[in-house]
Design a protein around this ligand. Structure first.
Ligand code: PLP
Length: 420
């Protein structure tokens, strides 16, 4: 991409301003804030609603009663294949993985983890490493429990491991790190084998250090190809730190968001510890929904076929966003963006100091985008240069218009800032 000179920038600003005047007339009212699946995607799973009949009911009486608190065996097998772990290393929970993450963090604070000397809340300070840009709801969990967040930069291969290793080696109050290992939210990064092995084996001052490994997008490819990834649980076992990782996942973006099935996977010793604590809070999760999901998704191959249908709907939307950025942004300083192979987001790095203004100007034109700063803890991005685009929910024509507004505003604000 080119670097424009001063005169070129000024004339581009004029063209951009005149395009904006036209876009103002659109009277747009579009919400692109969250990565929600579209109705078309949700419809792919509608057989879940009708796949339990009397025969299924009669064959599985125990599933419709209290008990089997750690989840039905068939669901454990399905999720084990998805997460590349053993089925006895799976706990099947309720409708949301985020809920399991919050619950696990709260348990760590109140009781400690399997290898803690005392509850984390008894420590003077508890800190977590947050790779940035990252997922706002991870940050919200830390913030709500008073856990201090330390940022490290993301790279296309995962967090900057030199920075992570230096931090955790020295500071015993750092109890863990958030990770989204595949098609990371928001930049689509895929953790490399080296990153996974370094996380598993690094020396940590806290002996109960935990990797909160949110594998929310394990099978969410856009290009039709499932990517195998080094198993974090195996890597931790091989490094002699079997209890270091707690893996989370759900079917929220496989079947129904908020009405899917959430899971935890960890070393058996960790799971025993957590399941003992869970026993005091729950007699049974929603096993009927677990059964519905097993009957629908069947096995790993059928699950992948289903994800190909999801990708066929999602990929053209990502292409609209990427084509729009490519065809509008005329100078490499104005913005750079991720080109993800999966997941739900495109991360846009703007010219420094522009993200908030872009968000505000888009809102003025009727386009709501994810709040600037939300990809950073405390909404505090010192460079004010990152925005998250979530293309999944909108229909084609809304998305084209939304991107027209977004890219034009992005260009206008950046050039104005550059000309200051
Ligand atoms: N984790 C990540 C990284 C996400 O992006 C999302 C949803 O956007 C979730 C978790 C939410 O998962 P659940 O619906 O299972 O609570």
């Amino acid at each position: 991409m080119a670097t424009l000179n001063l005169d070129e920038l000024k004339s581009l600003l004029e063209v951009t301003n005149s395009k904006l005047r036209d876009l103002e007339k659109l009277d747009l009212n579009v919400d692109m804030t969250r990565g929600k699946p579209s109705f078309e995607q949700i419809r792919l799973s509608r057989d879940i609603l009708t796949n339990i009949d009397e025969e299924v009911f009669d064959r599985n009486p125990n599933i419709f009663n209290y008990g089997i608190g750690d989840g039905i065996e068939e669901a454990k097998q399905l999720f084990a294949s998805m997460l590349e772990v053993r089925s006895d290393e799976i706990y099947v929970g309720g409708n949301s993985s985020l809920n399991l993450m919050y619950d696990t963090m709260l348990k760590a604070m109140y009781f400690g983890m399997v290898d803690s000397n005392r509850p984390w809340m008894k420590e003077d300070t508890v800190k977590f490493i947050c790779p940035v840009p990252g997922y706002d709801r991870h940050f919200a969990i830390c913030e709500s429990l008073g856990i201090e967040m330390i940022t490290v930069d993301m790279t296309p291969n995962g967090p900057d491991m030199d920075a992570v290793e230096a931090l955790v080696k020295e500071d015993a109050s750092i109890k863990g790190i958030w990770c989204v290992p595949k098609y990371s939210n928001p930049d689509g990064a895929i953790y490399s084998k080296e990153t996974i092995e370094r996380l598993a084996s690094m020396e940590t001052a806290a002996k109960d250090f935990k990797i909160f490994y949110d594998n929310a997008y394990a099978v969410h490819f856009l290009d039709g190809e499932f990517i195998e990834q080094e198993s974090m649980l195996e890597a931790c076992k091989n490094a002699g730190n079997p209890n270091r990782v707690i893996i989370f996942a759900s079917t929220s973006k496989i079947t129904f968001p908020g009405a899917g099935v959430g899971v935890i996977s960890a070393n058996r010793e960790s799971l025993d510890y957590m399941e003992k604590l869970i026993a005091a809070q729950s007699i049974s999760q929603d096993k009927v929904n677990q059964l519905r999901h097993v009957l629908f998704l069947k096995d790993f191959d059928t699950l992948l076929e289903h994800m190909k249908k999801q990708a066929a709907i999602l990929k053209p939307k990502f292409d609209i966003v990427l084509d729009s950025l490519k065809s509008t942004v005329a100078d490499e300083r104005i913005a750079t963006w991720s080109n993800p192979r999966g997941g739900y987001f495109i991360s846009v790095d703007t010219y420094p100091g522009c993200a908030k203004k872009i968000e505000e100007e888009c809102a003025r034109l009727g386009l709501k985008i994810t709040k600037a700063g939300s990809t950073y803890p405390y909404y505090d991005n010192p460079k004010d240069n990152n925005l998250r685009i979530a293309p999944s929910f909108l229909g084609r024509s809304d998305l084209v218009q939304a991107m027209d507004v977004f890219t034009t505003v992005l260009q206008k604000i950046a050039i104005e800032e550059m000309l200051k």
